[in-house]
Design a protein around this ligand. Structure first.
Ligand code: SF4
Length: 480
């Protein structure tokens, strides 16, 4: 039989706490049991005047509102506050009753500006610490990867970088009142920095990059994420501009992870963009197993590749396929230049395959850590053992899966604000949200002391409001 709902019957009074309407397994209820932000008030105290001005929003309530938004993938403040008006769980999580007036959306922006990025970083670090205390972090195997975040800019704002340089120069001249005509001429900049390269005028911190060779460039930021293997906790997160090379940040990332966890790393997995010779060498030196597939050597114009040259690190010489010795002739930032003798190459039978037409001798660059790179290549060529393959197999679902989760469920697909600092706040809060999700999923939860005191106050509130409602009803009956 088809049921019928009488839409006219509305409850006149609601007795008790709004918590009773939120299911026990709701994400905000589960997170509330383990979330401890009582330290925050002291942390931000210096951002507020002690004895002047209107009382601001409670710091814990403000952060809870922001976190509740990211838990539900609501990234914009306006939308979040509109949702909070009708969303019981968000109201309850942030500590607002049904009658309480919610803060204006602009207050959340002002709070972010006032507190600065470091305080939001501490919120993330506290989430890692909570996971470590609950034994969710092994600190032995870490998966590291980077992902691009689309900047919040339009295509119309993209211009060539030298145009931006000219605008900046003109503005500087207007400021100084300079009448130097030579300096004002918008000629081609002399430095490499100023060569035509696209940049966004509205968010210059974002740079044009792509994650795939067959995809167009987009103005982006880059998030560097390190995920622990045990329970998928994010132990480190960092944000740079899109064109930053993640391979050059590996060692400093490992330092930070070891500082955070207080344990020595045993294994690191990363993709081929981290396969720098220096990284292999440094990880070897520290006794960390580098599970990083080496990149294929790129050989230009079908010339004899560098791998055919035998490097002797002990005597610092290179032996070419023609049997000649190449000695050191110069130094670069990332290694040493080795050159063959002109006379050797002129008489060599391999000359056509080894040298470009215009060159008189072969010159190669041996990068720092080249021997460690050769060992890593040999290891991969011989085939990784089962254990190594198993750990690298987890790289995809652990760190790449975390990026997918952050983008599809928590609003990391696009930056919601402009500037490195503002996007970093978004990144830290989303990483903290994911960690608290992991913690809330764990069965062995012990509640913080603040949770117990909240439960007691809620119980008292329930009892008082029930008595109040009964009294109200009796008064109504008496009047009728
Ligand atoms: S061309 Fe020069 S560097 Fe190349 S194999 Fe011959 S001698 Fe060696």
């Amino acid at each position: 039989m088809i049921g019928r709902k009488n839409r006219e019957q509305r409850t006149l009074f609601i007795a008790g706490d709004i918590e009773q309407f939120i299911p026990e397994d709701h994400i905000l209820k589960r997170v509330d049991r383990i979330l401890d932000l009582t330290w925050l008030r002291e942390e931000v105290r210096e951002c507020y005047c002690e004895d002047n001005g209107r009382p601001g929003i409670d710091p814990e309530a403000a952060v809870r509102l922001m976190l509740a938004g990211f838990f539900h993938g609501i990234v914009h403040d306006r939308k979040l506050m509109r949702e909070a008006q009708v969303h019981l769980a968000i109201r309850w999580f942030a500590g607002y009753s049904l009658e309480d007036e919610l803060p204006d959306h602009s207050s959340l922006s002002r709070i972010r500006q006032r507190w600065g990025v470091e305080r939001f970083k501490k919120i993330f670090q506290r989430s890692v610490k909570a996971c470590i205390e609950k034994g969710l972090v092994s600190g032995e195997t870490v998966h590291i990867d980077a992902t691009l975040i689309r900047a919040d800019v339009s295509w119309e704002s993209i211009t060539e970088r030298h145009a931006e340089t000219v605008v900046a120069e003109n503005e500087a001249e207007e400021d100084t009142g300079s009448n130097n005509l030579q300096a004002r001429r918008p000629g081609r900049p002399r430095t490499r920095e100023g060569y035509p390269k696209k940049v966004s005028m509205t968010d210059p911190d974002a740079t044009l990059v792509t994650s795939r060779g067959d995809f167009h460039l987009e103005p982006s930021y880059k998030q560097h994420t390190s995920v622990d293997d045990k329970a998928g906790v994010i132990v480190d997160v960092d944000l740079t501009t899109g064109e930053d090379n993640e391979g050059q940040r590996l060692i400093e990332t490992i330092d930070r992870i070891e500082d955070t966890t207080g344990r020595k790393l045993q294994q690191v997995t990363a993709d081929a963009s981290y396969a720098h010779a220096r990284n292999y060498e440094e990880l070897e030196r520290r006794g960390i197993d580098a599970i990083i597939p080496p990149q294929r050597e790129r050989s230009k114009e079908k010339r004899i590749p560098i791998r055919r040259f035998k490097y002797d690190g002990k005597h610092q010489v290179v032996k070419c396929p023609g049997g000649k010795i190449l000695g050191r002739t110069g130094q670069r930032a990332n290694g040493w230049v080795y050159s063959a003798r002109k006379s050797d190459c002129e008489q060599c039978r391999l000359r056509e395959r080894c040298l470009p037409e215009t060159a008189h001798r072969r010159v190669i660059l041996i990068v720092e850590g080249y021997e460690a790179l050769l060992r890593a290549r040999r290891r991969k060529l011989l085939g990784w053992d089962n254990d190594t393959q198993r750990v690298y197999g987890r790289h995809r679902f652990r760190v790449e899966g975390t990026h997918g989760e952050a983008k599809t469920q928590h609003g990391l697909r696009q930056a919601i604000r402009r500037g490195l600092v503002n996007v970093a706040i978004q990144v830290y809060l989303i990483a903290a949200v994911i960690n608290w999700k992991r913690l809330a999923r764990d069965g062995t939860i012990s509640y913080p002391s603040s949770w117990h005191s909240r439960q007691v106050s809620r119980l008292i509130y329930c009892i008082v409001s029930t008595i109040q409602e009964n009294l109200n009803l009796r008064m109504v009956q008496f009047i009728l």
